[in-house]
Ligand binder design. Structure first.
Ligand SMILES: C[S@@+](CC[C@H](N)C(=O)[O-])C[C@H]1O[C@@H](n2cnc3c(N)ncnc32)[C@H](O)[C@@H]1O
Length: 214
């Protein structure tokens, strides 16, 4: 059975760094209300190592560390402040971890030693014209048989406008949500062997998840 949202929120609150801004606090604690972390955790097996691209303040990785006994977690982000938050959170978590700022483009070579790579609500923050190049770059760096889990908001569903309002309020930007069907075709053409898709609407956010095996 999936871990309840309430329990995930409690865990995130337990690790929350003391000295962070009000908005960051809200974003960290209540993320499981607007993002299906419970479903994503169900996909991750025990004792695996996870590489999270656009890890934010390390929220998903802290949940993986709490519930999945991973060998190691590794997060990369374009935002210094969020990397600092993630490092603070992991001071209280006894799992080997590494967090690095990167330029949003050139991925660390170590990605090829991870079987599970996650990209959670990052794609819609990348300009549309760059999304496929960004994914191809990940694909090229991935090891054979490894798995990329993409969770994003589906442009195919008119409710994706709700996410635009959310991003405008919390990030001051308008996202480029991908269309899940077009994206799946692009990923197949790119060379992913097997892709499993699922949908879930939570609090009006139309989510899709693609589990893509190289
Ligand atoms: C909605 S947040 C999601 C954070 C985290 N993945 C989560 O699910 O809680 C989007 C994140 O993507 C990051 N981001 C934006 N462009 C990126 C890029 N090119 N590479 C990696 N991360 C990026 C932002 O800094 C932000 O932390």
């Amino acid at each position: 059975m999936s871990i309840s949202k309430q329990e995930l929120i409690k865990t995130l609150q337990k690790y929350q760094p003391k000295k962070i801004g009000f908005i960051d606090k809200l974003k960290i604690s209540y993320r499981p209300m607007v993002c299906p972390f419970d479903d994503l955790l169900d996909i991750i097996p025990e004792h695996e190592s996870i590489f999270d691209i656009g890890c934010g303040s390390g929220m998903f990785l802290s949940l993986v560390a709490t519930y999945k006994n991973p060998e190691k977690v590794y997060g990369i982000e374009i935002d210094d402040k969020l990397i600092e938050n993630a490092k603070k959170i992991f001071k209280n978590i006894n799992v080997p971890s590494e967090f690095k700022k990167y330029n949003g483009n050139i991925l660390p070579q170590e990605i090829n030693s991870f079987k599970y790579i996650t990209l959670i609500d990052v794609l819609h923050h990348i300009p549309k014209y760059n999304q496929i190049i960004f994914l191809k770059n990940i694909f090229d760096m991935m090891n054979e048989e490894s798995i990329l889990i993409i969770k994003d908001i589906d442009r195919k569903n008119p409710l994706h406008y709700w996410n635009k309002i959310h991003d405008m309020v919390f990030s001051g930007e308008i996202g480029s949500e991908p269309n899940s069907v077009e994206l799946q075709n692009e990923l197949t053409n790119m060379g992913f062997k097997e892709i499993t898709k699922s949908y879930r609407t939570m609090l009006l956010y139309p989510h899709f998840t693609l589990i893509c095996q190289k």
